[in-house]
Design a protein around this ligand. Sequence first.
Ligand SMILES: N[C@@H](CCC(=O)N[C@@H](CS)C(=O)NCC(=O)O)C(=O)O
Length: 202
Amino acid sequence: MKLYDNPHAPNPRRVRMVLAEKGIEYDREELDLGAGDNLKEDFSAKNPFAKVPVLELDDGLCLSETSAICRYLDETHTDSTLYGQTPKERALIDMWEKRMESMLLYPALLAFQHITGFFKDRMTPVEDFGKESAKNFLKALPVLEAQLKNNEWIAGSDFTIADITAVCAVDFARIVKVRVGDEYPSVQRWYAAMKARPSYAA
Ligand SMILES: N[C@@H](CCC(=O)N[C@@H](CS)C(=O)NCC(=O)O)C(=O)O
């Protein structure tokens, strides 16, 4: 299988981290998003929304949407799971994964797009909206701090997909100088643990 990828973007990194955690071999093709490689017809034939990541399976099927790709990888490589075993575990992991996506990752992406104007050839950046998105990212941190004060990982005692999504958001936010401050010691402890995992470098 082949991952259509970009080394700087957070959503493809979520997929690379899942691949690394599960020890899955894959081919990759790098797209230059700034140059608009993803907007070309050959790529939009694989994902009509023209976004990375796309995972092209050996039978030619192209999967897009990061959460769908990550779940597919988890369900097809069952030595370990990032999504829990019981219905309750799976629901809690889903809950935290969605929270990390909507309360951290999307605000970080919007802050980047609207503050830097990186994609101004294809959208209209609104700087104030970018700044508001950065504030929204910061608003989620007290909730994360409370959760990590009582739990080793974001969804509880096990490392899960929610940790992967969250670390990709936290690192991406740094591009627009939005950082987790020292007032969040439990988040800092978790972040150090994330950095120690081999998949962090994926
Ligand atoms: N909903 C999609 C979003 C993917 C997405 O936003 N990808 C970004 C990189 S992180 C992208 O391809 N941006 C290029 C562009 O907007 O032209 C997913 O979850 O995979």
